[in-house]
Structures are given as C-alpha cells and as structure tokens.
Design a protein. Structure first.
Lengths: 166, 455
C-alpha cells in the first residue's frame, strides 16, 4: 500500500531530527525517495509497485483499442486527421444532423466534426476543398492522432461550384 | 448499518482520496474502473478492482446499471460516487436502494430538489435565501416594472435558454425596449418559447460557497470557500476561508446555507454556492451541489475534519457527530488544480504518459493525485492530474508556502498548468485577495505564458 500523509509526516520528522538529507526506501509494494530541498522543504518521489487485484482477472479487458486494418487511400484522395486524439463526433450535439455527409462539399475551413479530448471540444476542419468520399471513424468512436476520420476527393469539388474561372 | 466493503464508482484523484479514508477506517475498498483505468494508481491502491465497462464513460462511469452490477458482483455494502459522473444522479441513488446497497449521498428526493436550477431556486426562496432579483416580463410595461425593482445593468434571459445561451445585457433604461423585442423574437426562434425574464446583472461577483453537512435532522456549516478564480466556469484555484468578507456577510451566508439544508431535510455532505455582489455587499443563492467537491481539501485542512469519513458515517445512518461549536477553523488553505493542459496553447489538453512525479512534502502540504511515473493519462476523462493543497497560519503564509511547494512539484511527460499557478500566485491583485470571477480572464489577457523553464 502507499504511505498515508501521516506516515510521510512521521518519516519527515525522523529525517528532520536525524540531519539526513535523503532517504530511499524499497519495500515489496513501494519505493520511496525523500530529499531535502531548500531550508525546510522536502521532495518526495513514490512508486506504488503493487499490481491491481482485478476481480475475475482481466479477461474482459479491452485496453488495447481495436486496431482496424488501415485501408489504403486511393491515389488523388486526401485524408483528414483529427487535430488531436479524442472521441470523434459528426454532429454538433446528439440527435442533430451531421455537419457533413458522404457526397457533401467541403471547403478548407468547413467544420466536418468535433473531437472531444479530456472534456474539451475541438472542431475538425476539412483542410481541403472537395467532396467527402467516406468516413472511416464513426460518430462517437475514439480516434488516435493519426487516425483517418474521413476521405475527401479534391478533384470533384472544383467543378460545379459556380465560381467561374479561377 | 456498518459499511464494511465500499465500491468506489469513480476514477482519478477522488478515487485515490476515498480509498485513503477507507484504509484509515478499515473499510475494504473496491474500485470500479473502466478498461483504461484497470492499472492506474487508484487501482493499485484499492484492496480490489472490479471492471465497470469500456473506456467510454457512458458505458462505464456514467452507466447506473454497470455500477450496480459491479457492486453486486463484489457484494459491496455501499457505493461512493465521488464527484461528477453519477454522483448527483437520482437514478443511481434509486437503483442502489432497489438493490439494497447504500448510496453515499443524499436521498433521491434531495438530489431531484437541487438538481434542476429552477427547482433549486424555488426551494431557496422557500427557505428564505436571497436569489438574484428578477422576474418574468411579458411585455414592455411589465419589463419596465421589473427593471425598476432590479436596477441597471440587467440581463434579459430566455426562459428556455441556459448555459449562457439566450442572454442579453441591458445597460440602461433607454436600451430596454429594443433589446426586449429582440430577445423575445430570438427566444421564440431559438428555443420555440418567446418567454423572457429579467435578472439583475452582477458586474463584479465572487463565487463563495458553504460546506454543509446534515443528517436529515440537524445540520452544521463547515465554513466557506472562495472559488472565484475560474476560466470558462472551470475552477483553477480555491481557498478557505473566503478572504476579505465582512464578518456580518460571512455569518449571514452560513445561516442561509443552514436554512436551506434544514428546509430540504438534507442528509449528507453538500455545498451551497452563493454569488457575492462586491459592489452591493450582498449575496444570492446560485445552486446546491449534493456531493463531495473537488475543492473539499481546503475545508479539511482548516477544519481538521475528514469529510469522506463524515459522508460514510451519515450514510451508515448515524446522527451527526459534530456540533456547530465543535467546528473550529484554523489558518488558511489554498488548492491549486494541476491539469494536463497547455497554457501556452489556449489550455489545449495534454494527455499522454507521465514520466516522473516529484511532489512537495512537509507539514501543511498535501497532494491528492492519481498519477506516478509511468501512469497513462487517458484522453477520455478530465484533465485533473493532482491537487496541491497548502495550509498556512494566514493567507499570506499559505500563498508563500504554495509558491515554494510549486517550485518542488514536477510532473513531466505531459504539459501541466503548474506555470499558471506560479504566475497567479505572483500576481499582486490575486495576492491582495477577493478577486471576482472575471479576474482570471483579465489576468490571461495581460500575460504571456512563460514558456521558458520547466513544464
């Protein structure tokens, strides 16, 4: 088990009276280093080595996110990655229509989704002009930083926008 | 009934905090953990661990059925919900009751009474608490009548709005007619409900809250805390007691909080949040939180009371073991929330693997954390890594000791908000005490993050 704040205080009192500047403890379940800093302060580094006692073992353990085989991206198409890892949402709130669907047109600054990381929401911009070909991460799924959220065809977006000649 | 085995249906530092009290009291602790938390520090500290579900909180920490299943699987007597997640969810409280398991928290009726802002406001009014003056305004004449009562500036709020949406500021009487028309039209369009009401705009308010404890019959107040240092309604630093409050106001706040607790027949630990109007030297009821709070250690430091132990005792059905005269508050305590966020980049979240954790130690210093070297901070949950809590003989002493402690504290591998706290503690306006809730945004605008130095 770890040391309680009371245990730590007792250790520090012993050290204070001993004049020692550093103490290193190695127990079966725990290592602890206490070092004097400044006039009256202490720095403490503790490592709890004890393994968790998980009921029924870890058979139902899905710690590793399923690694989906990464389908190749056809030549000429552009992928959109999340700005940072997190849970990908395709709509501004539950039940709302998605920001964009397959076949939808996007501009560089079009918001195509939201990534939730540590309860903070970050918009995902297409970063490219074109037409959405497919989504590779579904709504509510977790996306690593290098995940392909969606694939955009940049060639199809250039036609039919009614912008005239560039 | 005596609690012998407790399921902790939460994660992070609060899970480690509850486990610590269990160990001290000889209660067996079982941590309910999601898949990504099965090897975290709290899992190593708990006597046992039971799986709640996948990383996604909706299927683990936020699923009442999963929590009750886990409690039954390990034959736990009671469930501690921590804060956040299901801590104030009447569904979990009822599901526990149906399964014959003690829920560490107030009754489902109390959770419902304070869970909805409008219901909480009506309870507060019934208990005689001051609420932000205001009233509904059906037309311009009605609005003008209310405006005369509350004064300017005021807010026009959509009845159907909330969370900062559907609010308009009116600075003076001549702005009222046009803003009212606009607000009604927008409310109808945005919320399908044209009703609006007027409320006094508190230009300079402080977030002051009272820690209370009730057994359904008697209640005690355990002092106040100031949580005005906030960014986007997220608290960064809290302290107890609230600095520079007139004695009369402090006493009135405690009396008001106790009146609400008695009115509700509240049984458990709770916090009554108040808005202190700095200009008018008065206060209003905001809401009541029916759970333990992140910032509870500052109260523990100045009162010497283990609030989790009190929660367990009340959940066991024991009468309150504290009388008001037993509550003696000593000195001053501050808490710095150390988050995995990057101040230099708009407080961007910084999940990842922790390399090293070096913590300050000594008299009056406490660090509540759930990380050590090698811990993984998953992106699925909030960014709180650790809380540095420092107790001093007075506020100046506590702030100076907190600064010294921050010099020692090192959490490497992820970017943390330690530099924010160092800058904050060095700020003269903050050091003077009594800043309002708008202070921190102003502070950020005048400061460039110090990106040099240790993370």
């Amino acid at each position: 088990m770890d040391l309680t704040p009371d245990d730590v205080r007792d250790v520090l009192r012993v050290l204070d009276s001993s004049g020692l500047d550093e103490l290193h403890l190695e127990l079966t379940d725990l290592t602890l280093t206490v070092r004097r800093v400044g006039a009256s302060g202490w720095a403490l580094e503790q490592q709890v080595l004890r393994r968790p006692v998980v009921e029924g073992g870890t058979e139902a353990n899905g710690v590793a996110e399923q690694q989906r085989p990464r389908a190749a991206v056809p030549e000429g198409l552009v992928v959109v990655h999340p700005p940072l890892l997190g849970t990908f949402y395709r709509a501004p709130k539950p039940g709302a229509p998605p920001f964009v669907d397959v076949g939808g047109r996007v501009e560089e600054d079009t918001v195509v989704g939201i990534v939730e990381t540590m309860k903070m929401m970050t918009p995902v911009h297409a970063g490219v002009r074109g037409t959405v070909v497919e989504f590779r991460i579904a709504n509510g799924e977790f996306a690593d930083a290098d995940a392909v959220l969606l694939v955009v065809d940049p060639t199809s977006g250039r036609t039919g926008l009614g912008e005239g000649t560039p | 009934m005596r609690i012998r085995r407790l399921l902790i249906a939460n994660r992070g530092e609060i899970a480690a905090r509850v486990i610590r009290t269990c160990a001290r009291l000889g209660v067996e602790s079982v941590l309910g953990a999601s898949d990504v938390d099965l090897d975290a520090l709290p899992a190593r500290l708990a006597d046992r661990v039971v799986r709640l579900g996948p990383a996604q909180a909706t299927q683990s920490y936020l699923d009442p059925a999963a929590v009750v299943r886990a409690a039954q699987a390990v034959a736990a007597d009671a469930v501690h919900p921590g804060y956040g997640f299901l801590s104030e969810n009447p569904l979990l409280a009822r599901a526990c009751a149906a399964a014959g398991i003690v829920f560490i928290g107030p009754t489902p009726e109390s959770l419902e009474a304070v869970g909805d802002k409008l219901r909480a406001r009506s309870h507060a009014l019934a208990a005689g608490l001051p609420v932000v003056p205001g009233g509904e305004a059906a037309d311009l004449a009605g609005a003008q009548a209310v405006a005369t009562e509350v004064g300017y500036p005021l807010l026009v709020k959509a009845v159907g709005g909330g969370g900062g949406r559907g609010m308009k500021l009116v600075r003076s009487a001549d702005e009222l007619p046009s803003t009212l028309d606009l607000a009604i039209a927008e409310a109808a369009a945005a919320f399908g409900d044209p009703r609006v009401y007027l409320e006094r705009f508190v230009t300079s308010g402080r977030h002051v809250e009272l820690q209370v404890l009730g057994d359904g019959d008697r209640a005690v107040a355990l002092g106040d805390r100031d949580c005005s240092v906030q960014r986007r309604y997220q608290k960064l630093l809290e302290e107890a007691p609230a600095p520079l409050l007139p004695d009369g106001i402090r006493a009135e706040m405690a009396a008001a909080a106790l009146a609400l607790v008695r009115h509700l027949g509240y049984r458990g630990l709770g916090t009554v949040e108040l808005l202190y109007d700095r200009h008018r030297n008065t206060f209003y009821f905001l809401e009541m939180n029916a759970r333990i709070q992140v910032e509870h250690p500052v109260t523990e430091m100045i009162s010497g009371i283990d609030l989790v132990a009190e929660q367990l005792a009340i959940a066991e059905g024991l009468p309150l073991r504290l009388r008001q005269e037993d509550v003696a508050l000593r000195g001053h305590a501050v808490e710095c929330r150390i988050n995995a966020e990057d101040w230099a980049h708009g407080f961007r979240p910084s999940p990842g693997r922790i390399e090293r954790v070096v913590l300050p130690a000594g008299d009056g210093i406490r660090v509540d954390t759930h990380v050590q070297g090698g811990s993984v901070v998953p992106p699925h949950y909030d960014s709180l890594l650790a809380k540095l809590i420092v107790h001093g003989v007075d506020r100046a002493d506590a702030l100076a000791r907190a600064q010294a402690a921050l010099e020692v504290l090192r959490i490497t591998g992820v970017t943390t908000t330690v530099p924010v706290h160092q800058a904050l503690l060095a700020d003269p306006e903050f050091a003077a005490g009594g800043v309002d809730t708008a202070f921190f945004e102003r502070f950020l605008q005048t400061r460039q993050p110090d990106v040099v130095g240790v993370p």
